[in-house]
Design a protein around this ligand. Structure first.
Ligand code: BGC
Length: 250
């Protein structure tokens, strides 16, 4: 049985991909990155995906992440991408471009599944909540290894606004908040989500996980909170895993 698949992670700044060994979640080659076209729509982004996949001459199944809600390959919304992604059958469009079987999944779901299987959540029984802090706030819930897709906690209301408008890492990285101000807000939001869902473990991912020790000094969450360990490979690994999943059976 061939246990290799290809994962592509579409982010706000880069489209990144690599072949993945699904037996251990390890990238089989250094990932390829092409800057995300910012002034185009989905077609330009799909061409970047093709560029990444072609660089490896890959002709097997491909999993692709999108920073938005995805049901059976159809993108319902992607508020942090330019152009019109709403109601787009991204899986069908990508299959036409790549000429292989394609699964499309939410970016945080992919990263969360990979962390639960091979990273910070490996071997943890019960409910794992993964939160990614970046341009937005992504979320994933994994119960005993099974993903509940499209949880989108970043859009839950907190302090009269969407949680990601209050505590996304970009408010510190490109915006007005100092690290301490952002970390205190992130702590409030993590506490709120943990209070509602009572997870057994919270994993913090996204670019900010590199600074987890600084964030940890501000955390008062009664649940164990740990940094993601797969770093920026998690989306690629999770996308590759979901080529074998039931929910995007295109
Ligand atoms: C989107 C999510 C995504 C998150 C992180 C949010 O704005 O709605 O689908 O997972 O950003 O990229």
């Amino acid at each position: 049985m061939n246990d290799r698949a290809f994962g592509v992670d579409i982010g706000g700044s880069g489209v990144k991909g690599a072949p993945v060994d699904l037996s251990d979640g390890v990238l089989l080659a250094e990932r390829m990155r092409i800057p995300t076209p910012t002034d185009g729509g989905p077609d330009e982004v799909f061409e970047a995906v093709r560029g990444v996949v072609d660089a490896f001459a890959w002709d097997g199944p491909v999993g692709v992440t999108v920073p938005g809600v995805v049901n059976a390959g159809i993108v319902r919304s992607a508020v942090n991408l330019s152009g019109d992604w709403s109601s787009l059958d991204a899986a069908a469009r990508l299959e036409a471009v790549l000429k292989v079987r394609v699964s499309v999944v939410n970016d945080a779901d992919a990263a969360g599944l990979a962390e639960a299987a091979y990273g910070a959540g490996k071997g943890i029984a019960g409910l794992v909540m993964v939160l990614t802090f970046g341009t937005g706030i992504g979320s994933a819930l994994i119960l005993d290894g099974v993903l509940v897709p499209n949880t989108e906690f970043g859009h839950l209301e907190f302090n009269g606004m969407e949680a990601e408008h209050y505590a996304a890492a970009r408010l510190h990285e490109d915006g007005p908040l100092s690290f301490e101000e952002w970390a205190n807000r992130a702590n409030e939001v993590i506490n709120h989500f943990a209070f509602i869902f009572s997870p057994d473990l919270v994993i913090v991912g996204g670019g900010i996980s590199k600074e987890f020790d600084r964030l940890a000094a501000h955390l008062t969450v009664p649940t164990r909170v740990v940094p993601a360990t797969l770093r920026n490979g998690a989306g690629i690994v999770g996308a590759a895993m979901l080529t074998r999943g039931p929910q995007d059976d295109v």
